[in-house]
Write a new protein. Structure first.
Length: 274
């Protein structure tokens, strides 16, 4: 059997219990990587839709194992660096190394007020910062390079959204990930660690495809917020999580070994229209 392109590598993925995070875990495992999967598996009060559960994380673990891959799955809060470090250490104890980081954890409390602003900045931006920071010492000490992906959004490259504090915070946090990506790409390049961001359009995940987010999208479309056309250029509606996972799998592979510091849209041409 031919070895996969990520054979022997280990990937840390946050927000891995479902949606895009689960797709990243399964795809990278299919390519040969061992997975350290992290998710909060608890509710955040400002988020109106149900967040992932421990059962969801267990289902991700089963799907990874079904590919023949190995996985260490832990509940941890990306807002709490100590909690996140403990989860990473459990994976390092099992696999002995780290090669890939996918900072994917995110929330979308779009119609929330001040609490939504605070929570979305802490999870989507500070959480990504924590994820990269806890991984850096191991990646540098190993001396083998590495690949870091920050999962942003089309809202990280365009000023889209509503006047709600949660929505503004979401767009601000996703823009902030581009700044994190660019500075880390420069800081880590001497160690052959590549850093890029991925910017999906609407993806069919529980974060987007729920009654609360659908109502918010309908609201801003009806109001013509900032004259926004939320449709894609290509004749598709929402993307599938696998569409984003395919791009991530390419970016972390040796096929993209000289690609660093880029913000890659995976959006069916949405950003080309705005």
């Amino acid at each position: 059997m031919t070895a996969g392109p990520l054979e022997g590598k280990v990937a840390l993925i946050t927000g891995a219990a479902r949606g895009q995070g689960r797709a990243h875990a399964v795809r990278l495992a299919s390519d040969g990587a061992n997975i350290i999967a992290v998710d909060l598996c608890a509710q955040i009060p400002s988020v109106p839709y149900p967040l992932a559960t421990a059962e969801d994380l267990a289902a991700t673990a089963k799907l990874v194992e079904d590919t023949g891959g190995r996985i260490v799955a832990r509940q941890a809060d990306v807002r709490d660096r100590a909690s996140l470090s403990s989860a990473l250490q459990a994976g390092l104890d099992e696999f002995g190394r780290l090669d890939i980081v996918v900072a994917n954890a995110g929330i979308a409390p779009m119609r929330a007020g001040a609490d939504g602003w605070r929570d979305v900045i802490e999870v989507n931006l500070t959480g990504a910062h924590h994820t990269v920071e806890i991984a850096i010492p191991t990646l540098i000490e190993q001396g083998d390079g590495g690949a870091v992906i920050l999962i942003s959004s089309a809202a990280g490259l365009a000023g889209i959204g509503s006047a709600d504090a949660g929505s503004i915070g979401y767009t601000a946090a996703k823009h902030g990930l581009v700044g994190l990506m660019r500075v880390y790409a420069n800081l880590l390049a001497p160690h052959r660690i590549r850093v890029n961001s991925v910017h999906p359009g609407g993806v069919d995940t529980p974060m987007v495809n729920n009654e609360f987010t659908r109502e918010w999208l309908a609201q801003i479309s009806a109001e013509g917020a900032a004259h926004q056309d939320l449709g894609n250029a290509l004749p598709v509606g929402m993307l599938q999580p696998d569409d984003v996972a395919n791009a991530v799998a390419w970016l972390v592979s040796d096929q993209a070994r000289y690609i660093t510091g880029i913000a890659l849209p995976v959006d069916a041409g949405f950003l080309n229209k705005v």
